[in-house]
Design a protein around this ligand. Structure first.
Ligand SMILES: Cc1cc2nc3c(=O)[nH]c(=O)nc-3n(C[C@H](O)[C@H](O)[C@H](O)COP(=O)(O)O)c2cc1C
Length: 257
């Protein structure tokens, strides 16, 4: 089941030009943003943050769509390696509904809780099934996306964990680094929150919701180079920056000490 969201009003900027697709009032193509919710909890912390990011992107005119993985039947990769010959996955399940959406998206946001120091199993199965895209890119030499926009596809990672350890997000971030590379997206930014556990608890932190809204706006601001890194902002320009920050000072937002 796909859960489409209302597109926002386009301000006439930050939009892709010259592609076929949905147009805004000024006749320019809309940026397509795909949000992937990978928590088993609807209305959980990462789900709420994802909604805010999508609202931010929509407020800048992007066409946004949300996919809730819990409603999909997606097997993990079978490692049959058929995709290395064809670039296609042979597993006939709901992932087949998503391949073209991933390919067409100008930006993709994956929102997952930390489960056992990694992403959720929903996220992991989804990521593994993007092996077909890895094979297209690295085995068959046929990268994804339209040539004109390929280098500008962007990925964002939203993640929440209950504990406070300084290395909490390291494993998940590394997975996301390889995921975004496989689907030919620049790893644009993270929203990472530690020390948040109960369902919907993130709502007690309006600053996080505000940050998420702004991060959604910045994600689709393709005219601006990404992003400023400040002590309290959990968005970062590059994954290298993120990994450096994880080693030194913590730049993800610690909610309550
Ligand atoms: C199976 C499971 C494993 C978890 N593993 C971790 C963990 O390794 N580290 C951590 O800090 N929190 C862990 N958590 C807590 C969740 O990351 C936390 O509750 C988060 O806020 C859930 O986000 P959600 O509401 O979007 O699902 C785990 C929770 C569950 C249910």
């Amino acid at each position: 089941m796909l859960v489409p969201r209302e597109p926002g009003v386009a301000p006439g900027q930050n939009l892709w030009a010259g592609e076929k697709g949905v147009k805004n009032k000024s006749g320019r193509e809309k940026i397509k943003v795909l949000g992937i919710a990978a928590s088993p909890r609807r209305g959980g912390n990462t789900d709420i943050l994802l909604d805010r990011v999508l609202e931010g992107a929509a407020s800048r005119g992007a066409e946004v769509e949300k996919v809730v993985l819990r409603g999909f039947n997606i097997e993990p990769c079978r490692e049959c390696n058929s995709c290395q010959k064809t670039g296609q996955c042979v597993v006939e399940d709901d992932m087949q509904l998503l391949y073209s959406k991933i390919e067409e998206a100008n930006a993709l946001i994956l929102a997952s809780p930390i489960f056992f120091m990694s992403v959720s199993a929903y996220a992991k199965a989804f990521i593994e099934r993007c092996q077909a895209m890895w094979a297209r890119k690295y085995v068959l030499g046929r990268p994804l996306g339209k040539e004109s926009t390929r280098s500008r596809r962007r990925g964002m990672f939203i993640c929440v964990g209950a504990t406070k350890g300084s290395r909490l997000f390291e494993g998940a971030i590394l997975t996301m680094k390889y995921f975004f590379d496989a689907i030919d997206m620049q790893y644009h930014s993270n929203l990472l929150y530690r020390n948040v556990e109960d369902k919907g608890e993130i709502k007690d932190h309006p600053e996080a919701l505000e940050e998420a809204f702004k991060a959604g706006q910045e994600l689709v601001d393709f005219e601006k180079e990404p992003l400023h890194v400040s002590e309290m902002m959990s968005v970062r320009p590059t994954i290298e920056d993120t990994l450096k920050a994880q080693k030194g000072r913590q730049r993800c937002t610690p909610l309550s000490a």
